[in-house]
Design a protein around this ligand. Structure first.
Ligand code: FAD
Ligand code: SF4
Length: 563
């Protein structure tokens, strides 16, 4: 190993944050705002807001294949090409350069660059509630969350007030309202469906999605222009990303050092002090190994990489990975399923259309197993996400004719359609897991990650229920509809969670109630790996709230000399 250990002093900071995506950007900003000299380590290249969004203003005809993926894309990126298109391909990794082992099919979508997947996310933001935080305990599944909604509520407020979330208050105990910017508007077919659901379906409602897209200017960003090109990067800063928001704010404090091209391979454990000294990094430009030191470390490389770093951090004290006294590290991997739903065509409202391309759909909040009295053949629940739009003109591509009627036919859009699918909770199963392969290595000599994950009986039964209830809602609203189940493998919803869970007991969990490794007090893990259950809500808002809360705690402990 070629270790470049300049002077230790030169490589020493107050805090180190690993990963600059949604949660790492937050950690860096919070720690910098508190005056801590913070090193933000990112394995990928730098992506600067506006300057590095090369496709942001391109038209469809500016792309070689009109934004379609080619056969070569499918061959070279069999996984990532299921998520990317020509407009945002540059923000996804190349599969060949970043191999992993799939014990069972698992779509592991990744964005390795400054900003991580914050550039690519769908921006849907929903709070968890006590229905979620208490479920493991009440049903004796996994471990009890060591926190409840009241612990996180102020931090949800705090995060929403900074990122800007547009949405409609609905006063539902199981989907708490937040601090919202004005909501986006439902279109006429969605309003029609909403009215039908209100009339026909007990305890269900349809509302506009809650999204981190700005319906008015916010903190020198936005407003959103309704272009729905967000995943290319937004020159207006119309949606929240690390690049447009947390990282510039962290830089403005003067306390941030950002180091891209820096793969953290392990956390260095000091047996005498019983805490971490720092991290070991491969510089992907120079191929040197460099060490950095700090008082506290935040691990935010996203669920699977974060847990891989911990698993790879072996010492005499922790032969099975840092903080892994419980043997739970790597286990209880979760991802939402989003394969099942229904779609339909409506023959009405042909005199109506919409303006702009709204960058979100609608939400039907969870309506199953809200009370313990309700009896379904599955545990937990799902929400429905979808959207209504008018079909285009493609069904008339080959028709012939001439004259006024022909022209009218050509410029009249098709019928209104609605597509909707359930985002469903996945239970934490011990043997849904990741591990490191001792034989196979990547180009940096690091062990390949092995992922062994499948949905089980509970998720499959839930998917069946999603198909039935969504079909029912569409048919009751006068749609000609059918249900579907794409049976997508794990990872497809890009909500990987678990593998280093929070809990009350060091014997059954990795992290305590402040996301601090039970047995290594100066290391904090605040991304999805910390989740003890998945809820059915899109999770990134929760990662940010957990991060802000843990940063505050870490700072207080530093101040009082306990760290
Ligand atoms: C198409 C799409 C739509 C989505 N929609 C939503 C949505 O609507 N709502 C929602 O809540 N979530 C959504 N998500 C998920 C969301 O993007 C993730 O939950 C979120 O980005 C996770 O944040 P993170 O900080 O854990 O990881 P990331 O944002 O992935 O950031 C992790 C960073 O760590 C870096 N890194 C990894 N390993 C190392 C290492 N060893 N050393 C140094 N750096 C490292 C990576 O390069 C990356 O920059 C979506 C994701 C995708 C792809
Ligand atoms: S829809 Fe809004 S947030 Fe998305 S790219 Fe356009 S302006 Fe930006």
């Amino acid at each position: 190993m070629n270790i470049n250990n300049k002077s230790k002093k030169q490589n020493t900071y107050d805090a180190i944050v690993i990963g600059s995506g949604i949660s790492g950007g937050w950690a860096a900003m919070e720690l910098c705002k508190k005056g801590l000299k913070t090193l933000l380590l990112e394995r990928g290249r730098d992506v600067q807001h506006i300057k590095d969004y090369p496709t942001a203003n391109l038209n469809p005809w500016d792309f070689e294949f009109r934004m379609q993926n080619t056969r070569k894309d499918g061959e070279e990126d069999p996984v990532q090409s299921k998520a990317y298109y020509a407009g945002d391909k540059h923000f996804y990794v190349r599969d060949k350069e970043h191999p992993y082992i799939q014990e069972k099919p698992f779509n592991w979508f990744r964005g390795y660059q400054v900003g991580g997947k914050s550039l690519l996310w769908g921006r849907q933001c929903y709070r968890l509630s006590d229905l979620d935080f208490e479920a493991n305990f009440k049903e004796n599944v996994g471990v009890d969350w060591p926190i409840r909604y009241k612990d996180l509520a102020p931090w949800y407020d705090y995060v929403e007030s900074y990122i800007g979330v547009s949405g409609q208050k609905e006063n539902l105990p199981h989907l708490p309202d937040g601090i919202f910017l004005p909501p986006m508007q439902l279109n006429c077919i969605e309003n029609h469906l909403a009215a039908s659901i209100k009339k026909n379906e007990q305890n269900r409602l349809l509302t506009i999605a809650r999204v981190a897209n700005l319906t008015k200017g916010w903190d020198n960003r936005g407003p959103c222009m309704n272009r729905n090109l967000c995943t290319r990067g937004c020159p207006f800063g119309g949606y929240f990303s690390s690049n447009s928001s947390t990282i510039p704010t962290a830089f403005a404090t003067g306390s941030l050092t950002l180091r891209p091209f820096s793969i953290v391979t392990e956390i260095i454990y000091n047996d005498q002090l019983q805490k971490a000294d720092g991290v070991r990094v491969i510089d992907t430009n120079t191929h040197e190994t460099v060490e950095f030191f700090s008082k506290i470390i935040f691990v935010n490389a996203s669920t699977i990489p974060t847990t891989s770093i911990l698993l790879n951090s072996k010492s005499d004290r922790f032969p099975n990975g840092l903080g892994n006294d419980s043997g739970q590290l790597g286990h209880n991997l979760m991802d939402h399923h989003s394969s099942a739903g229904a779609s339909g065509v409506h023959e009405g409202f042909l005199d109506s259309y919409y303006k702009g391309r709204r960058p979100c759909g609608f939400l039907i909040p969870r309506y199953r197993n809200l009370s313990e009295k309700e009896k379904n053949d599955f545990k937990r629940g799902y929400n429905i996400q979808g959207g209504g739009e008018r079909q285009g003109y493609s069904d008339r591509i080959n028709i012939g004719g001439f004259g006024k009627d022909f022209k009218t036919q050509l410029i009249t859009p098709g019928n209104w359609t609605v597509w909707m699918a359930g985002w469903g909770e996945c239970l934490p199963y011990f043997d849904n897991q990741i591990s490191l392969d001792s034989e196979q290595k990547d180009q940096w000599g690091l062990p390949l990650v092995k992922i062994d994950f499948s949905f089980r009986d509970n998720e499959n039964k839930m998917m069946k229920d999603i198909q039935e209830t969504s079909l029912e809602m569409l048919e009751n609203a006068g749609f000609k509809a059918s249900s579907f189940n794409y049976n997508k493998p794990g990872g497809s919803t890009v909500h990987e969670m678990g593998t280093a869970r929070m809990g009350l007991d060091v014997k059954t969990s990795i992290l305590n109630r402040f996301n601090q490794i039970h047995s290594v007090k100066n290391v904090f893990v605040t991304d999805g790996s910390s989740m003890a259950s998945s809820g059915c809500q899109n999770p990134s808002l929760t990662y940010m709230a957990l991060t802000a809360r843990a940063c505050n705690f870490a700072f207080e402990k530093l101040k009082s000399g306990e760290l």
